[in-house]
Write a protein that binds this ligand. Structure first.
Ligand code: NAD
Length: 294
């Protein structure tokens, strides 16, 4: 079992850290929010007072932070890379832009550390149930080192290629998700106006060529999929603000390499309108209300 430093104990990081504790690892934790630290300590972790303290003596450091600037604030500016023992493995799980991820890999290599960018899919339920999917970028050796740790927090750990490719996979995946969710919402609202029951369209399309995750397992209207946020007043789940962030990352990446992503751009524009209407904390499937016009 490893000594693991864990930084970022929010909605995702908190339960992920608890799953590492359950697996028998020794955890030292750090977060700016004391309540999150207290929760992890109650579950068996020990609290560190600073970033240098949480990384010192750790064999592995896991980070789960909101966005690129926070990752820089911890890894480079905050001294995590500078203060860790030589050869420490950094598993960077936040969803961030590909350029920052690659810059962090370079800084880690320069500091004598190993790193994987390892964003996840599966949401807070996946974090709690240890059923996340990890998409990893980095060397084969770093991936092999990170896999047994991430196995305790997820159901699939996939090597996507070199540095930054985990983030590339994540933003491509979430662009598919944003686009398909809007397509499913439009189809369900059209069905309403044509006098076709939600359940009937679900029964048919979930077994036809319209089948997709946004419909089959995350259906944006109450009824057909009892576990979807639509049945819980669109409480996240996966907040619309997070989806907008990921669609922005996808557009920035597309522009930087000259990829044509008009549907991704349209999805970003629609989620931008949804956020402007004050709906950022609503589940991303709640955009059906805006599409319906209520
Ligand atoms: P969150 O805001 O709940 O948690 C982030 C945590 O990081 C907070 O506890 C915050 O205090 C801490 N933090 C911020 N700056 C820090 C610093 N400098 N030092 C120490 N701690 C710091 O966010 P979350 O929902 O846990 O998401 C984390 C990442 O996972 C994001 O990049 C998000 O895009 C990604 N993600 C989220 C979901 C989801 O459903 N919530 C799903 C997949 C991926």
């Amino acid at each position: 079992m490893a000594i693991i430093g864990f930084i970022g104990l929010g909605n995702m990081g908190g339960p992920m850290a608890e799953n590492l504790l359950k697996a028998g690892h020794e955890l030292r934790v750090f977060d700016l929010a004391q309540t999150s630290v207290d929760k992890a300590v109650a579950a068996g972790a020990s609290a560190a007072a600073s970033i240098p303290e949480v990384v010192k003596g750790a064999e592995v450091v896991v980070t789960m932070l909101p966005a690129g600037p926070h990752v820089r604030a911890v890894l480079t500016d905050g001294g995590a890379l500078a203060n860790a023992d030589y050869g420490t493995l950094f598993i960077e799980c936040s969803t961030i832009d590909v350029d920052t991820a690659r810059a962090m890999h370079a800084a880690a290599t320069e500091a004598g550390m190993e790193m994987v960018d390892a964003p996840v899919s599966g949401g807070t339920a996946g974090a709690a149930g240890a059923t996340l999917t990890f998409m990893m970028g980095g060397s084969e050796a770093a991936y092999e080192r990170a896999r047994p740790i991430c196995d305790k927090m997820g159901k699939a750990v996939i090597h996507a290629g070199g540095p930054g490719n985990g983030q590339a996979a994540k933003i491509c995946n979430n662009m598919i998700l944003g686009v398909t969710m809007i397509g499913v919402c439009e189809a369900l609202v059209l069905a309403e106006k044509l006098g076709l029951d939600h359940q009937k369209l679900y029964d048919i399309s979930s077994q036809s060529s319209g089948s997709c995750w946004s419909l089959n397992t995350y259906c944006p209207v109450p009824g057909p999929v009892p576990t979807s946020p639509a049945n819980n007043d669109y409480k996240p789940g996966f907040a619309a603000a997070m989806m907008e962030k990921d669609l922005k990352l996808a557009q920035a990446a597309a522009q930087s390499v000259g990829a044509a992503t008009p549907m991704g751009a349209a999805a970003l524009a629609l989620y931008g309108l949804f956020l402007n209407a004050g709906q950022g904390n609503v589940d991303f499937s709640g955009i059906i209300k805006m599409i319906r016009g209520n």
